[in-house]
Design a protein around this ligand. Structure first.
Ligand SMILES: Cc1ncc(COP(=O)(O)O)c(C=O)c1O
Length: 364
């Protein structure tokens, strides 16, 4: 038995998502780039590489990881580049997407050897969280003034428009794409490519993949552009769990179980968005599952179990792929979960274990 805690990545689940990505690419003509901000666990890039066209990034390090560990087409985007990063970034990137006109101007000469794009902010989105809403008031995420964008159209070949956030509603996607066509159509006609970013949950149960493919194809044909998508969550949804062991059971008015992992250190997004973890359990024995860091609110959630929990029981916490491994940290010096891969034949491969040296080396 592999020592907990560990993230468990399931190749069969990745393959299921990739079948849908393939169907969407074939039906739409769109290219799919893995958004490394969501998932960058490169030991399983081989399961994605044949089904995706490359990667997109949010920093120099993600860009380099995409180029070196994934290969294929490599898009570079960052909210802002530093001057000392640009030469290296241009060396890795096939396309450089600037977040602002001022960054495009600043790095105009240095980036002229590769295709350039600009992030367009349509000023609407599907986000339900102010924290994650690219269209929030005063957003720094992209340009929106058509007059200003006009002044740089001769230097860019594409737009990146990321405005979908966990959007499982095709009708909403369709309406918002129509708004983009109506409001920015004059500019879109002059481009070679348009990336519609990530955030479309097309691998979710029951999503009308073929309708999405047809809509994307119609968009591409109308404006004469290559469409890109930048799926993060959609590519890896359902493909990993966090495997933990119960270390202590107590009752402080409620039955509590403390496990050998931490929400704050190992599933930070749940804390940020104030959500509970998902566990596929059922039963009458209710427990609050707690993390082992010192944070009082380090709580995975409350669940019903079929039998009382005991020290040594193993639990599996779902949805540990997207925005999870990329955000893990060493808070409290809690043991970093290993990275384990469930192969297609059911066998387990330990891809990476972390020890004290990693903790120490992280701080000095
Ligand atoms: C520019 C850009 N592209 C792609 C993504 C990936 O989005 P998702 O993981 O929701 O598909 C994001 C997420 O924030 C993003 O900001």
């Amino acid at each position: 038995m592999i020592q907990t805690p560990f993230y468990l990545i399931d190749r069969a689940r990745l393959a299921r998502n990739m079948e849908i990505v393939d169907r969407l690419r074939a039906g739409s003509g769109a290219k799919a780039l893995l958004a490394l901000k969501c998932f960058a666990t490169w030991p399983v890039f081989d399961a994605l590489r044949d089904h995706m066209d490359g990667t997109t990034s949010s920093s120099l390090y993600e860009l380099r990881l995409g180029r070196e560990r994934f290969g294929k087409e490599t898009h570079a985007y960052a909210v802002a580049w530093a001057g000392h990063e640009m030469a290296e970034a241009v060396g890795y990137a096939d396309k450089m997407i600037f977040n602002s006109i001022s960054q495009l101007n600043r790095f105009d000469t240095q980036s002229a050897s590769i295709g350039r794009g600009l992030r367009l902010n349509p000023r609407f989105s599907t986000s339900g969280f102010d924290l994650a809403d690219p269209a929030r008031p005063f957003s720094r995420l992209g340009e929106w003034d058509v007059g200003q964008i006009e002044t740089v159209m001769d230097r860019i070949s594409g737009f990146m428009i990321h405005y979908n956030c966990e959007n499982a509603d095709f009708a909403l996607f369709d309406r918002q794409l129509t708004r983009i066509e109506d409001e920015f159509g004059g500019l879109l006609h002059r481009l070679e490519w348009v990336s519609l970013g990530g955030g479309i949950h097309f691998t979710g149960e029951g999503y009308p993949v073929d309708a999405l493919a047809a809509r994307l194809r119609a968009f591409a044909e109308r404006f004469g552009v290559q469409v890109y998508l930048e799926p993060g969550e959609a590519a890896v949804t359902g493909a990993a769990s966090l495997e933990v062991t119960v270390l202590d059971v107590l009752n402080n008015g409620k039955d509590l179980a403390v496990v050998d992992a931490s929400v704050e250190a190992h599933m930070l997004d749940l804390l940020i968005y104030r959500q509970s973890a998902r566990m596929e359990v059922a039963g009458d024995h209710s427990y609050m599952i707690c993390g082992k860091s010192c944070l009082a609110g380090d709580i995975f959630g409350e669940y019903g179990f079929a039998a009382p929990l005991a020290v040594g029981d193993r639990l599996s916490i779902a949805d540990a792929a997207g925005y999870t491994m990329v955000k893990k940290n060493w808070f409290n010096g809690v043991k970093m979960p290993s990275i384990v891969v469930r192969e297609l034949d059911g066998s387990m491969t330990v891809a990476r274990e972390f020890g004290y040296a990693d903790f120490e080396g992280n701080l000095g």
